[in-house]
Design a protein around this ligand. Sequence first.
Ligand code: MN
Length: 247
Amino acid sequence: MRILLSNDDGVHALGLSQLYQHLKNLGEVSVIAPDRNCSGASNSLTLVNPLRVQQLDNGFYSVNGTPTDCVHIGINQLIKPEPDLVISGINHGPNLGDDVIYSGTVAAALEGRHMGHSAIAVSLAGDQHFDSAARVVKNIVEHLEQLNLTEQQILNVNVPDLPYEAIKGYRITRCGSRHRAQSMSKTQDPYGRTIYWYGPQGAELKEGQDTDFEAVRNGFVSITPLTVDMTAHQSINNLKSWLTNLN
Ligand code: MN
């Protein structure tokens, strides 16, 4: 098996090296990641500057671009033949509910899917037990052949920040959502100029069952199938009726 690993926390992140250590014996594993923390980069592309790739002493490739750039350049240029599987993570912190539209971790997996390969995004809901998340990913990868994942879909995996033995099992979930983020902080830089900083993200909006939030909160690994079609299919008919008013 040929596996491409990437992330959004940067090529030096602990989650990435833990993932590599656990997966390196499964096949030919390449690591291509941003040269800095790109959390919140979503699916952004670097279109106005050239991309440069540097191979580090540990063999990982460092790119002066976004997570999406890394996966694209990896598949398009660096890995021959192309990988069978793209895995992004292990993210430092969860990617639950609304997080998925901002997440560079999820974006890297989506780019792998766009380029025709199976893809998994994995996040640890904390910053302690990366080992647990890596073992979870290995378990999933070893059973991926039995899963006929529909094209244009990825798996978004969130692992509770617990010792491996304390994880209760796996749940197939849907995306929940968050309350709006807390207020931005407005302060001054050392020269007296006004600066702004994003406030902490909103808490879980408790709504219904089977959400990714619920699974992780209860100590289960959450596996959510994601697709890029953001069409609100349930509103199509309502909008078609409304359209008659426009004539
Ligand atoms: Mn991140």
